[in-house]
Ligand binder design. Structure first.
Ligand SMILES: Cc1ncc(COP(=O)(O)O)c(C=O)c1O
Length: 419
């Protein structure tokens, strides 16, 4: 079953794309570029679609803030009913500011500091997803010192490879994440016996941008089997947390639907009767955001190939440089000249600063607007101030209009912490 997308960006006119009826170029002209632009309607629509796909089975969607933690986006998802997956004290703070309650939060992350753990225990977050026996021990001591019990889940490392970019595969034994599956039974039994811990779940996230459902099925099967082993040991859990990872179709080809994903996970998890938690990020916000940039230079490299230099590069959008990610580009100014080969790059002083290489398209001109599609996830959250470039503005299309949800940083913002 394919979803008929009602909301979001529409490029079908061939000329001026619109986002939920709003002229995208008009927003870019009003705000300036670089600019992230999001569709509130599509974010909510995708959250609801995923939520509904799990039907009546007890479940909760914990939106992964690492994908996009701009307050306006997190608030939107909170209001739609989403819970939160936070990966740092900073993300917990943003979640609370957006209206999440501590119980709504699962706290993941491979390097939680003592201060972060103390705060999380004091707050009483829904679950701390512990990454090691050592971390469980530290949480136990903190909880005992605070005279309380911390709700924890043990993150399993299932030693499952994922068919995705190696930089975002997390489920192999050689990856830094979780407790090796062959040690996990003893670690869970120990956790269940601690005075300061309530072992409420197990967690396993094997990577991001996964479009092969079989990988997610194997992970779900393994975790479900593991909970049965624990039950036989007398350790009863409340939930299974299968992380995030569902991929999207950056090239416009088919990708698994929410319904197909839910069917695969529920086949494994439903027999356990345990509540299913999920931590999706990319799937919800990725297609709902775009990056707008302006062409600042065009120069030939030989006779038939050109560099098209944008005012946005790896400092605004790191995915192409870091993961060789390929995103579709849309020119917002139509040109009818014959197609040439364009390497679309950023302004940063690095050869790795690319946006899209080897594009066959009419040559843009300086001042033209370009749009990078599907940039809503791991775009603004991975932006940096490299080359002293201010973070871009972000705007949200909602209710037939649009508003700024993050103003462009200024150079004064950048130096404000320095003296
Ligand atoms: C533990 C954990 N949960 C959830 C996510 C979100 O993944 P995605 O955005 O692919 O759904 C990630 C990202 O890699 C993660 O590491």
């Amino acid at each position: 079953m394919r979803t008929t997308r009602m909301a979001g960006f529409d490029f079908s006119s061939g000329g001026q794309p619109v986002c939920d009826g709003v002229d995208v170029a008009a927003v870019a002209h009003a705000v300036g570029t670089p600019l992230y632009l999001y569709s509130a309607a599509l974010i909510v629509e995708r959250y609801r679609e995923l939520e509904a796909a799990f039907g009546d089975y007890p479940h909760r969607i914990h939106y992964a803030l690492k994908a996009n933690s701009t307050l306006g986006i997190v608030r939107l998802l909170r209001e739609a009913g989403s819970a939160v997956d936070a990966n740092s004290g900073g993300e917990i703070a943003v979640a609370l500011k957006a209206g999440a309650t501590p119980e709504d939060i699962v706290f993941t992350g491979v390097g939680k500091t003592a201060a972060e753990l103390e705060d999380a225990v004091r707050l009483g977050v829904g679950s701390i997803n512990a990454e090691s026996a050592g971390e469980l021990d530290r949480i136990d001591r903190i909880a005992v010192a605070q005279g309380t019990r911390a709700r924890v889940a043990v993150r399993l490392n299932p030693d499952i490879g994922a068919d995705t970019h190696p930089g975002i595969a997390t489920g192999r034994r050689s990856h830094k994440f979780g407790v090796p599956i062959h040690e996990a039974r003893a670690v869970c039994r120990d956790a269940a016996a601690r005075d300061g811990l309530d072992l409420v779940g197990v967690h396993a996230h094997v990577g991001s941008q996964i479009t092969n459902l079989d990988t997610l099925r194997r992970n779900a099967d393994l975790v479900a089997r593991f909970t049965r082993t624990l039950a036989a040991d007398g350790v009863r859990l409340e939930h299974i947390d299968l992380g995030g990872g569902l991929g999207i179709a950056y090239d416009g080809a088919a990708a698994p639907t929410a319904a197909e994903y839910a069917r695969v996970l529920l086949e494994a998890v439903a027999p356990t009767g345990l509540t299913l938690l999920l931590e999706p990020g990319r799937w919800i916000v990725g297609p709902a955001g775009a990056l707008l940039a302006t062409v600042v230079d065009v120069k030939p490299q030989g006779d038939v190939r050109y560099f098209v230099v944008l005012d946005a590069g790896m400092s605004e959008f790191l995915r192409p440089a870091l993961y060789q990610a390929e995103h579709r580009l849309e020119p917002l100014t139509a040109r009818s000249t014959p197609a040439v080969t364009c390497d679309v790059v950023g302004p940063v002083c690095e050869t790795s600063d690319v946006i899209a290489m080897g594009q066959s398209r009419p040559l843009p001109r300086v001042g033209d607007l370009m749009l990078v599609r599907d940039a809503g996830a791991y775009g603004s959250t991975m932006a940096s101030n490299y080359n002293r470039r201010p973070l871009p503005a972000e705007a949200l299309v909602a209710g037939g209009g649009w508003r700024i949800i993050r103003r462009r940083q200024t150079i004064e913002d950048l130096v404000a912490c320095e003296g």
